[in-house]
Structure formats: C-alpha cells, structure tokens
Design a protein around this ligand. Structure first.
Ligand SMILES: Cc1cc2nc3c(=O)[nH]c(=O)nc-3n(C[C@H](O)[C@H](O)[C@H](O)COP(=O)(O)OP(=O)(O)OC[C@H]3O[C@@H](n4cnc5c(N)ncnc54)[C@H](O)[C@@H]3O)c2cc1C
Length: 389
C-alpha cells in the first residue's frame, strides 16, 4: 500500500487531520489499533474552543455540531458557597461550544467514510520505519498478516501510550512532566445539567466540576485519591460528595440518577520536545497532556492539527517546506501557554494533600483576585476560549 500521509491513530487528532488533508486533495490512510465501536465509546472531552469549531467547519463536518452543540458565553467559579461568573463574551467577544468528543469523532468517521478515505481498524504492532529518510513506511499486523504502508510522511496521532513518540531517539527527545497528587472521578448520567453553564468548584472537601453534554446528559467530576477505584464509589456516595462540594443552592437543584459511565482519570502535565523527527510529526496527546481543568486536551490537539495540515498543504501545493520545518517550534509555542493555563487553573481549584495554611491563604487570595479584578478575568477568559492559532 502507498499513501502520502500515514496517520497512526484514529482518535480526534488523526481523523481531523485526515479530513482536512482529504479536502485539500492529499491522500491519507488511518491506522487505528482499536475497533471503531471502542473508539466511539470513549467518553472524554466536551468543550470546544472557537478554533476547533472553525476547524470542524473547514473539515466540512460542522453541521450537526452547529445544530446540537451548545454555545457557552461564560462559566461559573464557586468557592465554597460563594459563586462568580467569568463572562467570556463580554471580556473577549468569543465563546466556547459544548459538544462531546464522541460526537466530534463520530462526525469525522462518517465524513471519512463518505469521502472513501481508508481507515484500518484493529491494527496491531504498528511501527514506523526509516523516518530519517525520504521514504518512510509503516508496518502493522492485521487479519493475521503483516502489511507495509509506504508514505511521504507519518503523522503520530496515537495518543499518550502510542508507539510514535518512542521513535524519536532518546538523545534528541526531551520530556517534561508533572503529576498531580489526585485524580478525577467522573460520572455520566442521563439527567438535566444542574446549571446552564459549567461550574468549577473549589471546596474544603476538594474540587468538583458540573459539566454537561446536552440538555439531558450531564457530566460531573469530583477530585479523588489516586488510590481510589470507581468501584469504591457507589452512585449515592458520588452524588452526596458532589453536593457537599458545590454551592448549596446548586446542590438543592441537582437532579441525580444512575451513572451510565464512571471512571477515574489521573491528572498529568506532559510535553515532549521536539514534535518532529525527520518525516515523523506528532499531534495531540502523543506529544502533550494537560490536566483536564479548563478543557484543553482536545483543543490543544486541534491546534497541532491546524499547524500540521497547513504545513502539509504548503508542501504539496507550493513545494514549500518551511511550515514543516517550523512545525515543532510553532506548535510548542502555543502548547506551553496552554500547559501554563491548565496548570494554573488546576492549582487554583484543587485542594492538595500537602497544602500548608500559607498555600491555602494564597489560593483564597488568588480566587478573590479573580473574582474582583477584570484584568485577571480577561486573562483567564482569553485562555479559556482559546489562544489564537
Ligand atoms: C479519561 C479522559 C478524560 C478526558 N477528559 C477531557 C476533558 O474533559 N476535556 C478535555 O479537553 N480533554 C479531555 N481529555 C483529553 C482528550 O480526550 C484528549 O486530549 C484527546 O482525546 C486527544 O486526542 P488524540 O487524537 O490526540 O489522542 P487519543 O484520543 O488518545 O487518540 C489516539 C488514538 O490512537 C490510537 N492508538 C494508540 N496506540 C496505537 C497504536 N499502537 N497503533 C494504532 N493506533 C493507536 C488509540 O486507540 C486512539 O484511538 C480526557 C482524556 C482522558 C483519557
């Protein structure tokens, strides 16, 4: 088999890149380790920056999102029983869109099928080769046979645990990591959201987030110990704990119901540099991870896809490789600013096991500063709706 761009990973990065390239007349093959049903059942992100919304339109898949997504002009920050609002629209003239990652992925798969572009699921042992030559290729096992895919470039869109990042030699690769001493226990329930806008809550018992997917589907999270397992938490225990962490008036309104998904995610900040090695280009979680506070994971993946798709278009259409040469530097400049925001917002909203009385006072002062200071709110709103590409 031969293609122009071999895309490893059929998550949102790989699919969005494939769709943008397809519309520019550039051929791709997506190699995905899992079945399509498995990929589509992963409940993850749900808040899209304007940049990602625009990319969905550019990829020709914005129609259902426009119809079913919810525009949010602001968000609520709670501190104990006190609550204030960050008005994105007033502060930045922009907003975010609530539309689940599962829906983004579904729309992209359907568009890819309709375009007749090749996606191979259940690929095992995917391995890129000869990345430092002009003729790289990828081998993989599928249906009991070894296959070879020749290509011009390999896009490593294979998430944090994928094999592509490991192909960058260790003497070249630098990895920066911070782990957080807690996780998020998340519950999806077929109940109306407690609020029209997200509530990020700092409470003496730890962080909580009230989020949603649509008018009848809610996503709630609470900060939990890393040693916890979802089975330790019955639905009743989860709802009781959530109610204790959000303002009393929201707790009274909260409609509870059986969880249809319950999982724990550890929190991590991670960046791999560079994001390019020879003819390999990393995108999304393959190169960087943010803690989910502020909903930047999927959005940062999208900004990589923006830079890489434009660089590849320049290469194929204008024979200009400057975008590819500068890809890593350009993408990383935005990623580090987003890493900073996600780290800052996580530090502001969580209770840390080793937090001293001084640390706590500083956190409270920072929350009060954000509540009272318009410049601080504007800085937060600009990052939340998404820094420009
Ligand atoms: C539990 C969880 C909750 C999250 N919640 C949020 C949130 O609330 N808000 C937010 O903004 N972000 C959230 N994120 C982050 C967000 O989901 C990711 O940033 C986003 O999925 C990145 O997309 P991606 O395509 O780069 O990587 P992924 O979605 O990880 O996709 C990578 C794909 O590569 C495939 N793959 C892996 N290895 C191989 C291989 N060897 N061969 C072939 N294919 C392979 C995987 O199966 C997968 O389909 C969450 C992440 C997790 C894990």
């Amino acid at each position: 088999m031969r293609t122009q761009v071999a895309i490893v990973g059929g998550g949102p990065s790989g699919l969005l890149l494939g769709q943008l390239l397809h519309r520019a007349g550039i051929d791709t093959v997506v190699l995905e380790r899992r079945s399509r049903d498995y990929v589509l059942s992963r409940v993850r992100a749900g808040v899209l920056e304007t940049g990602l919304v625009d990319l969905m339109h550019e990829a020709g898949v914005g129609e259902r999102m426009d119809r079913e997504g919810f525009i949010h002009d602001g968000t609520l920050i709670a501190n104990g029983d006190e609550q204030f609002r960050i008005d994105f629209h007033r502060l930045t003239g922009r907003h975010v869109m609530v539309y689940g990652q599962t829906e983004v992925t579904r729309d992209l798969y359907e568009a890819r099928d309709a375009a007749g572009a090749l996606t191979l699921h259940d690929c095992r042992g995917v391995k890129p080769h000869d990345l430092d030559t002009a003729a790289p290729f990828v081998t993989f096992l599928r249906d009991g046979a070894v296959h070879r895919l020749d290509c011009d470039f390999v896009a490593g869109c294979d998430g944090y645990h994928g094999p592509c990042r490991q192909e960058i030699p260790t003497e070249v690769r630098r990895e920066y990591e911070k782990t957080y001493p807690f996780g998020w226990l998340g519950v999806l329930s077929e109940t109306p959201p407690v609020s029209d806008e997200l509530i990020y809550a700092n409470s003496a018992r730890g962080f909580a987030l009230c989020s949603m997917r649509n008018a009848t589907l809610s996503r709630y999270y609470i900060q939990c110990d890393l040693s916890d397992s979802p089975d330790d938490w019955t639905d009743d225990m989860f709802w009781e704990e959530l109610k204790r962490r959000i303002p009393a008036e929201a707790a009274e309104r909260l409609e509870t119901g059986p969880s249809i998904e319950k999982s724990i995610a550890p929190l991590r900040s991670f960046v791999c540099e560079p994001m390019r090695w020879g003819r390999l280009f990393l995108c999304g979680d393959a190169a960087h991870i943010v803690p989910p506070t502020g909903a930047k994971g999927l959005n940062t993946a999208a900004s990589d896809v923006h830079y890489l798709s434009n660089a590849l278009k320049r290469f194929y259409h204008d024979r200009d490789d400057e975008g590819l040469e500068r890809y890593s530097e350009t993408a990383l400049a935005r990623i580090w600013k987003t890493e900073r925001f996600s780290w800052w917002f996580s530090s502001l909203m969580h209770r840390y096991p080793d937090q001293s009385a001084f640390d706590l006072r500083i956190q409270q002062a920072e929350l009060a500063f954000l509540r009272d200071n318009e410049a601080a709110q504007k800085a937060m709103a600009e990052s939340y709706v998404g820094l420009p590409y």
